[in-house]
Design a protein around this ligand. Structure first.
Ligand code: SF4
Length: 297
């Protein structure tokens, strides 16, 4: 696969780079790092107090969606922080759903029955699909709450049940080895799939994510990518080759590194950010080694 895309150096950095191949995915970090939970493995260190990355105002989000639509966006994701803390999340989802298939990443802890009903109504009337991705790290409440906080499991599962009852298809997202104890073993996918089937969800969807040395776990990874390591690898497979993130302070390379100065590609203009991405962070090693993408697929 080597050589299928042009590999250009990111200007002014000593790091290897990923090319910009095409624009397909817009991420909106709508609440910055403002969250109602404070998970031990959070890749951008979100939490309830004094978010280091501020939420976006609704007009900034609407502008980004309009801009992305004109540039041919194929799908839109809302993340944070916890997107459902944003007071305008429902109308913003309506704007996004008029432009492209839309997904919201949530911990499921701040979604009421009324909000789920409103989401179902939005989904029924939209020209594109709406997907809700709920974080749940284990089928065991205690193991889940050890990393996500007391009561997180029960609230997430209640939301999953409600989404299903309203005809929405929840995607459950889990992080492998969320405690970072090296206890990676087979079977997490199967356990979560069977758990969803037991809840009565006949079309279970599960996404497994690797642990990233970023955010609250920054410092656990030390290695960086080099030209030698990347030799023969098609860098166009990295998600930063076709995704961009609108967040406080500008447009960034990917949702993992949004808000970090090294990942900032423009001050706010989307098209201006369509340039090579410096692979400057230990999290880039995880992407390279696991082939993961933050998208649903
Ligand atoms: S963390 Fe992954 S997606 Fe983000 S810039 Fe690095 S390689 Fe690209």
């Amino acid at each position: 696969m080597r050589g299928t895309v042009p590999v250009l150096e990111a200007r002014g950095t000593p790091f290897p780079s990923a090319p910009f191949v095409r624009f397909s995915t817009l991420w909106v970090q709508v609440t910055g790092t403002w969250c109602n939970l404070q998970c031990v493995h959070c890749l951008n260190a979100s939490g309830p107090r004094d978010p280091w990355l501020k939420p976006l105002c609704a007009e900034r989000v609407r502008h980004a969606i309009r801009e992305s639509e004109a540039l041919g966006v194929k799908d839109i994701y809302f993340t944070g922080g916890e997107p459902f803390l944003h007071r305008e999340i429902l109308p913003l989802l309506g704007v996004a759903l008029a432009a492209a298939p839309t997904t919201v990443l949530t911990n499921g802890a701040a979604i009421s029955e009324a909000t789920v009903a409103a989401l179902a109504s939005l989904a029924r009337g939209a020209p594109y699909s709406l997907e809700i991705r709920v974080s749940l790290d284990d089928v065991d409440p205690e193991r889940n709450d050890r990393v996500r906080g007391r009561g997180a499991w029960a609230r997430a599962v209640l939301t999953i049940r409600r989404l299903h009852a309203h005809g929405l298809l929840p995607i459950v997202a889990a992080t492998e080895d969320p405690g970072g104890e090296g206890q990676v073993g087979p079977g997490l996918y199967g356990r979560l799939r069977d758990f969803l089937v037991d809840l009565g969800i006949d079309k279970p969807r599960v996404k497994i994510l690797p642990l990233f040395p970023a955010g609250r776990l920054a410092g656990r990874g030390g290695d960086l990518l080099s030209e030698e390591v990347l030799d023969g690898f098609d860098r166009g497979q990295l998600q930063c080759a076709e995704a961009r993130v609108v967040a406080d302070g500008g447009v960034y390379a990917c949702p993992i590194l949004a808000g970090l100065p090294g990942a900032r590609l423009s001050a706010g203009d989307l098209e201006e950010s369509f340039r090579p991405v410096p692979l400057f962070h230990p999290a880039c090693v995880t992407c390279f080694e696991t082939g993961m993408t933050c998208r649903n697929a």
